[in-house]
Design a protein around this ligand. Sequence first.
Ligand code: SF4
Length: 498
Amino acid sequence: MGLSKSKYTTFCQCKKKLWLDEYHSELAKEDFASEEILKSGNVVGDLAMSFLGDFVEVTTYNSDGSLNLKEMVLKTKEEINNKTLNICEASFFYNENYCAVDILHNDGDGYSIYEVKSSTKVEPYHLLDASYQYFVLKNNGLKINNVFLVHINPFYVRKDKIDIKKLFKAENITKEVIENLDNVSSNIDIALEVLNNKEEPNVDLGLYCEEPFVCPYQDYCKRNLVSPNVFSLYRMGKKKMYDYYKQGIISYEDIRKSKIKLNKTQERQISFQLDNLDIIVDKKEVKKFLELFRGRLYFLDFETMQEAIPPFVDSKPYSQIPFQYSLHILDENNNLVHKGFLGKEGEDPRRKIAESLCNDIPLDVISIAYNKAFECQRLQELADLFPDLSSHLLNIKDNMLDLLVPFQKGYVYKREMGGSFSIKKVLPAFFNEDKNLDYHSLPGVKNGKEAMQVFVNLPNMNEEDIKKAREGLWEYCKLDTLAMVKLYEKLKELVNEN
Ligand code: SF4
């Protein structure tokens, strides 16, 4: 059993992770988002193939859809013999270890490696991957002149068609790769030992469980820890958490005894747990906050898409593009009406969403978001993009209240919130019995990341799937604003309770 680029970098993060991937991948926590990140990485890789001009791609598949690596290696040799200028997915084996180079560029007197990433800058972990490639190619007898990391240029603004030369930026990382080369050979040896051993390696928890990638085996590796524990503390720095863990400060009792410095939220989290407290309500502050809610109320929530390759004219890589909103309108007599907008698949939704917002939310009314910085930023961007709608959009933004405030400021806290103010934690803390307010009960989309990916994938779906996916998006976003209405009503109820 040999290595690949990804197995090598996995090993560099944690040898147990490499082993678990090989023998017990079913223990990994499924993450819809990481699958989609992988897909978006492939889209970026495909687009970047022409970064240096004409190219030959050697990718070959077996009948079962898997990559035919041996054939790819043979084709690479052929293209090298043909003096092809750019070979994409150029494939090599060194002993049992495989690597495919995103673009192998023929410099005439040797070769340059171009490694494509969908990040917006060179990250330290990119050097591991590039060094492994350099090592394998050198050992195949190739003269490597340079190694380049091709990443997304975050300042690129799309005008009409994508300009590949401007969208991507190549940075020369040859020096850093060569400096990193000493460890590659011994790393490969140890990684192969791990991979070919049937016994799980003994690795304790450490900061590498979080960086450079959050490890999907954390639930498995933390299964024997008491719960809640130091890793449950809200917004505790990652390094600190693992340092405390190493010092044996793990349970909330340990934390209390150790007298380590905690912020107010963390202290409250621990005292609610250990002292068996249920809820605190600062009625005076909540009442003051609720006095801001006047007249008809407009509870608003956006869903956005964020893609490496800007999908529309005047958009940048990874810019947050709103494609949907949900709006619950609550009048003075407690009548509740739902409205919303969901963009059409494949179309730029920004103009229509901006117009729809101006139609649905009159001037000078109170709008409410949960963590309003996000909604305000989107409103500002739409206002910048459409000057004719700007004053109306900015009026909505300027009259927006933030329902997060009473929870974030600690006017209201419930033990089940676990120190978090996220609506996904606050809602079940107050309504855990209500299935209609349970995100897990939604038949389709269950979180914002899924919503984003489902919307982006709509153009690739058939009519029936589009219908189902759009229903899922409606239901999810609708629950976000319904949750706000329910929390607002709950605050009123708490203030009026004796
Ligand atoms: S959770 Fe940590 S120790 Fe466990 S496999 Fe992942 S990185 Fe390794």
